[in-house]
Design a protein around this ligand. Structure first.
Ligand code: DC
Length: 334
């Protein structure tokens, strides 16, 4: 069981304002914590004494949260406290990455929870995803693997036998493709329709196709929209090629993570071997070089180091050293 905190404010003590603020707060908590209503066991509200026209617990029941045990209490009058404020605590099950949610005027109560984004860009095999997963865990924020989204587009195109050079067919495919990113036990899963393709998209043929399809403007526009929508809702670490330069140019922290081609090829080789793929190191090295060229030379939103991104060359570094370096850079800025 986990506890989630939240708070919001109303602009006036009216039942309508309280209904709308409570509903907005509970839906935001539910969405950011990926909860179904059955996962919520208990909702405890407290409100400042200037709220008298409706119990927040009643507003929660009206908003459909009637399965949980609901309770409201008035807070003592404390000088200087934020007026017209509703605070909440939820006890929940099946939540792996607790996100506390402070909305409206209450956002100022917890400046430490201010939303932020960490952009990790760089070529394939530089270690971005390993580092991103660790950072997300340590900061208790979401990890969004944007490469998985381009890989899913590529898999769909391969399945549909679409010529990747034919942009209009790819565009039609995007219209019918049902790509969803879900988080299960804190781990990103990529779905095409109802099918979990998280493993399939790692196939070597999908890697090459992803590099080609991700050069298409229509593909990037659609994926970037999805990425911005996810990152707009909560703090996250995103890894990709153009996060700091294009997707989130205002990201609070930007890093460009790279390594020598031979080092990256060896890392991919070890990873694929471990998964049981029969691969050749020299071929992988050539493929990586080709993907680098593809990713960096495409016209629209290429792989590039954003001017304000910190360069991290991981060739001779352990994962722990890279994570420590990035964390210390983040610390310097906060
Ligand atoms: O990081 P990855 O190898 O899973 O990415 C697969 C392909 O998707 C890669 O060749 C480049 C492309 N990509 C991209 O163009 N922009 C991103 N933000 C992420 C990946």
């Amino acid at each position: 069981m986990k506890a989630i905190r939240g708070a919001t404010t109303v602009s006036a003590d009216t039942p309508e304002e309280i209904r709308s603020a409570v509903k907005e707060l509970l839906l935001a908590i539910q969405e950011q914590n990926k909860l179904s209503t059955e996962d919520i066991l208990f909702i405890l509200f407290s409100n400042t004494g200037d709220i008298r026209s409706l119990y927040p617990a009643k507003a929660a029941r009206e908003a459909g949260f009637s399965g949980a045990a609901l309770f409201s209490a008035a807070e003592p009058e404390i000088d200087g406290s934020l007026p017209l404020c509703i605070r909440v605590m939820l006890l929940v099950e099946n939540c792996f990455n607790v996100q506390h949610v402070y909305l409206r005027g209450a956002a100022n109560l917890r400046k430490d929870l201010k939303k932020f984004a960490v952009a990790l860009d760089g070529p394939s095999g530089s270690g971005k995803s390993t580092i991103a997963k660790i950072l997300a865990k340590e900061y208790n924020i979401l990890y969004l693997d944007t490469g998985a989204m381009y890989r899913a587009c590529a898999l769909q195109a391969l399945d549909d036998k679409i010529d990747l050079r034919d942009e209009s067919s790819v565009e039609k495919m995007l219209g019918r493709m049902r790509l969803h990113i879900e988080y299960e036990s804190g781990v990103q899963h990529t779905y095409l329709g109802g099918r979990d393709v998280s493993e399939e998209i790692r196939r070597p043929d999908v890697s090459m196709a992803a590099s080609n399809i991700s050069a298409l403007r229509c593909v990037r526009l659609k994926m970037v929209d999805m990425q911005r929508e996810i990152a707009g809702k909560m703090s996250c670490v995103l890894d990709g090629r153009d996060i700091g330069s294009y997707v989130l140019p205002n990201a609070e922290f930007k890093f460009y993570v790279t390594a020598a081609v031979a080092v990256r090829a060896k890392r991919r080789f070890d990873e694929l071997k471990q998964k049981g793929y029969d691969v050749d190191l020299k071929t992988l090295e050539k493929e990586i070089e080709e993907r680098d060229r593809n990713d960096a030379s495409r016209e629209f939103s290429p792989l590039v180091r954003a001017e304000d991104a910190v360069l991290v060359d991981t060739s001779d570094m352990t994962v722990e050293q890279v994570v420590a370096q990035i964390k210390s850079k983040i610390q310097e800025k906060v």
